[in-house]
Design a protein around this ligand. Structure first.
Ligand code: PEP
Ligand code: MN
Length: 263
């Protein structure tokens, strides 16, 4: 179902009164994690003013250490809903467990499956039984074929609303957090009709690389970007070093609107 051979034209996914895919760019921006009402409202209002189409924010966080901040959980989802009501931006948040699916279907506009859950087949099948748009991130060590097969798991259950995300893969290089596989966009576009976006933040792990990698993503034909933006990166609960400030995000958006159609 994800294969372009059987579906030659690019898929465009409807989300509320917006779409992802086709001849324009989608920009999703927001903090790694929702931390407080003032934090999410401040970032949401600023990314909205800069032209973002969607607000991201983690409520349930898949952290490497069990002692790291795990997210505000239900409260995080409630705060995202407040930010959506105030800004009108649809919200994107990561699900970690099938047990939370009903809540996510009700509360969020796009359900994110994180890199660490790309091959959580029970989770893939469960979200496949909904009609929610799914943002499926490439696993840390997953091949393009494996990513497409995970999309297939969702689509095989009847949900064709899958957006793929390249977020860097683990290589021998340690300077960057991951290695951004820009050619994955070209490969996926050849193999599949699904929209593909890039997450330069988790790929680089360094805020100062995000702007150039965003431009490179557009050059290879990505359908959009998901970018971590934080009002106080130095004090972020999660992923501060890779988060750009709202001011830098606005300047990046100024550039992107000159080279692409953004909706
Ligand atoms: C995230 O988007 O905050 C995240 C945890 O990303 P990934 O699953 O790509 O590591
Ligand atoms: Mn993050």
């Amino acid at each position: 179902k994800a294969n372009r051979v059987f579906h030659p034209e690019d898929t465009v996914i409807p989300i509320g009164n917006q779409t992802i895919g086709g001849n324009k760019l989608t920009i999703i921006a927001g903090p790694c994690s929702v931390e407080s009402e003032s934090q999410i409202l401040s970032v949401a209002n600023q990314v909205k003013a800069a032209g973002a189409g969607f607000l991201r924010g983690g409520a349930y966080k898949p952290r490497t250490s069990p002692y790291s901040f795990q997210g505000l959980k239900e409260e995080g989802l409630e705060l995202l809903k407040i930010a959506r009501a105030e800004t009108g931006l649809p919200i994107v948040s990561e699900i970690m467990s099938v047990s939370k699916l009903d809540k996510f279907v009700e509360d969020v506009d796009i359900i994110q499956i994180g890199a660490r859950n790309m091959q959580n087949f029970d989770l893939l099948k469960a979200v496949g039984q909904t009609n929610k748009p799914i943002l499926l991130k490439r696993g840390l060590c997953a091949t393009i074929e494996e990513l497409l097969m995970s999309a297939e798991y969702i689509m095989a259950e009847g949900n064709d609303n899958v957006i793929l995300c390249e977020r860097g893969i683990r290589t021998f290089e340690t300077y960057t957090r991951n290695t951004l596989d820009l050619s994955a966009v070209l490969a996926i576009k050849k193999l599949s009709h699904l929209p593909v976006i890039i997450d330069p933040s988790h790929a680089a792990g360094k805020w100062w690389m995000v702007e150039a990698l965003s431009k490179a993503s557009i050059a290879v034909g990505a359908d959009g970007l998901i970018i971590e933006v934080h009002n106080d990166p130095a004090n972020a609960s999660c992923d501060g070093p890779q988060s750009i400030t709202p001011e830098r995000f606005a300047s990046l958006m100024g550039f992107l609107t000159q080279i692409a159609k953004i909706e």
